[in-house]
Design a protein around this ligand. Structure first.
Ligand code: NAD
Length: 318
């Protein structure tokens, strides 16, 4: 049984092992595969794995031996799952693997906005401290989190993990979710409507999925209702934010700082308005990517395939 991984590099650039997958068949791992290369690489494969390589209806129709597609991610929009179903191909995903990593990353971003640790270290190494007339200096306003209010939009797995860390920092949490779990409420956590969250939060972190109803939810109208000097963090999906509107609000200072791990087009394009916006930190979609999370993802991908081969399909998305 031939197993092909189309684009294994981001999951495993070499620091974790493919061995458990190799035990299940004749494994070939490609670091990256273009759409034009798919057919020749997988024509005789029964099992394929993809992370971001698209598998359209047309491509799937040309792969008669294919029985299983393992998506090496949570989002599976790269596969035409309806076409796969018609062709009798099972598609699975990895529902969760990086909750702690993403929540931790929210605070890596937020603390960078509050302290600019990297920039201050660079300034010291460039001689600014040695040249300073005082025993200390700072190049940005420094912000304390304790007592501030964090608005969290989408209070699911990652939102709740983020909320727990926020509370540990002494912050008050305002949560917005379509399905509030009132049992989570406490003296430092309340579910509120979106309007109240926008109006009362000092920091807003996005954790809801991208859908027609959430696309561009952070736009100029929403920003106008937020506190002056609000900080916005997006580790969920780029299109939740109107990037032009956020860039304009960073220019005026209405939004004091933003930090995003996701953009509307990835990799980033040089004309993205956030690239040149002031007080905006952008990271290349890495919240999910600590080695521990990737190893967990690999383990679930292998378990999904083992279950399929045993006839007990799990994590099917079609
Ligand atoms: P989850 O399904 O556990 O939580 C999502 C929550 O959003 C749910 O509670 C749901 O009820 C709520 N929700 C759905 N629609 C909503 C709406 N219109 N308004 C408000 N709330 C709504 O998902 P999760 O595991 O917490 O992941 C959240 C998001 O994080 C994912 O959608 C994904 O886009 C993103 N993510 C990013 C990375 C990264 O590397 N940056 C990694 C993993 C996940």
């Amino acid at each position: 049984m031939r197993i092909v991984v189309l684009d294994g590099y981001t999951l495993n650039p070499g620091d974790i092992s493919w061995d458990t997958l190799a035990e299940l068949g004749e494994l070939e791992v490609f670091e990256r595969t273009s759409v034009d290369e798919i057919k020749e690489r997988v024509s005789d494969a029964t099992i394929i794995f993809t992370n971001k390589t698209p598998l359209s209806k047309e491509t799937l129709a040309e792969l008669p031996g294919l029985k299983y597609i393992g998506v090496l991610a949570t989002g599976y929009n790269v596969v035409d799952v309806a076409a796969a179903k018609e062709l009798g191909i099972t598609v699975t995903n990895i529902p969760t693997y990086g909750t702690s990593a993403v929540a931790q990353f929210v605070f890596a971003l937020l603390l960078e906005v509050c302290h600019h640790v990297g920039s201050h270290s660079d300034a010291v190494k460039q001689g600014a401290w040695a040249a300073s007339p005082d025993f200390c200096f700072w190049n940005y306003p420094l912000i304390e989190l304790a007592g501030k209010t964090m608005g969290i939009i989408g209070y699911g797995r990652i939102g709740q993990a983020t909320g727990r860390i926020a509370q540990a920092f002494g912050m008050n949490v305002l949560a917005y979710d379509m399905y509030p779990n009132r049992e989570l409420e406490s003296s430092t956590l309340r579910y509120v409507e979106l309007a109240e969250l926008f109006a009362e939060s000092d920091m807003i972190s996005l954790h809801c999925p991208l859908s027609d109803s959430t696309e561009s939810m952070i736009n100029k109208d929403a920003i106008a209702t937020m506190k002056d000097g609000v900080i916005i963090i997006n580790t969920s999906r780029g299109p939740l934010v109107s990037e032009a509107d956020l860039a304009a609000a960073l220019q005026t200072g209405k939004v004091a700082g933003a930090a995003v791990d996701v953009l509307s087009h990835e990799p980033a394009t040089s004309d993205n308005p956030l690239i040149s916006a002031p007080n905006c930190i952008i990271t290349p979609h890495i919240a999910w990517a600590p080695k521990e999370s990737r190893a967990r993802l690999m383990g679930i991908a292998v378990a999904n395939l083992v279950a399929f081969l045993d006839g007990n399909i799990v994590n099917s998305v079609n």
